[in-house]
Design a protein around this ligand. Structure first.
Ligand SMILES: Nc1ncnc2c1ncn2[C@@H]1O[C@H](COP(=O)(O)OP(=O)(O)OP(=O)(O)O)[C@@H](O)[C@H]1O
Length: 228
């Protein structure tokens, strides 16, 4: 049985439609790249999954229909989001950010500190004083502290120096290999994203136009739908 399934999902921003039929299936422990050119509906799909915008069509997670739930209930069901633009609580310390939404499980201050030693070193520092890369690590750590079954990373390496990007990719690989967490990735670095993913789905104008196992994603397909 799928952990997450979206069937013909549609969504609008007020009167303006943005999703026209998104289909996705993800099993427990699987990693998926959600791909598509700019403005094709990737972030909107994530917002619909997390119930930050309303949607129609099939939307199920771990045996639950998500449609009527408020976003905090979705988080409690086990979906952890690292949103585009990080959104840390800048008036709180690193530790306060991490424990703000913590739930019992294998990810706690100790294990997150082992994954990102820089966060452990700066535990009592204000989040506003962290570098961009450290803030991104904090956003990932905060989502992990909710001990989700599904972690969604929306542009987690955007705007970071190459060396910091590599630290984030290494952490994602560890999360994949050391936990049974399912992960959805959205990222402009297609090569790195493909290297950690089992599956991919491509959106064009708010619709799934291709999905399948990562090895079957050919250059011909990426050129046709993503232009690379
Ligand atoms: N807050 C909003 N209000 C109105 N329209 C929006 C809003 N956010 C996104 N859209 C529109 O919805 C469509 C899908 O946007 P979305 O941000 O989901 O795309 P994306 O694939 O995540 O793009 P990007 O890679 O640029 O982040 C676009 O046409 C966009 O202009």
């Amino acid at each position: 049985m799928s952990l997450l399934s979206l069937e013909s999902l549609t969504a609008s921003y007020g009167p303006v439609p943005a999703l026209f039929g998104v289909d996705l299936e993800l099993g427990a422990g699987e990693v998926m790249s959600l791909m598509g050119r700019n403005g094709m509906g990737k972030t909107t799909t994530v917002k619909a999954i997390c119930r930050m915008i309303s949607s129609n069509g099939g939307l199920h997670f771990n045996g639950n229909t998500l449609h009527k739930l408020p976003s905090h209930r979705v988080a409690r069901l086990g979906i952890g989001l690292v949103p585009e633009g990080r959104r840390c609580f800048y008036n709180l310390t690193v530790k306060e950010n991490l424990i703000a939404a913590a739930r019992t499980g294998p990810w706690d201050l100790k294990t997150v500190g082992e994954l990102f030693p820089r966060l452990a070193e700066r535990r009592n520092q204000g989040a506003a004083f962290l570098s961009g890369g450290e803030q991104q690590m904090l956003a990932v750590g905060r989502a992990l502290m909710t001990n989700p079954k599904l972690l969604i990373l929306d542009e987690a390496t955007e705007g970071l120096a190459p060396i910091v990007r590599q630290e984030i990719w290494a952490a994602i690989k560890r999360i994949k290999s050391e936990t049974g967490m399912a992960i959805i990735l959205i990222d402009k670095n297609l090569k790195e994203m493909a290297a950690v993913s089992d599956y991919a789905a491509i959106l064009t104008r708010g619709k799934t136009v291709w999905s399948g196992a990562m090895p079957s994603l050919t250059t011909e397909i990426t050129q046709r739908y993503i232009g690379v």
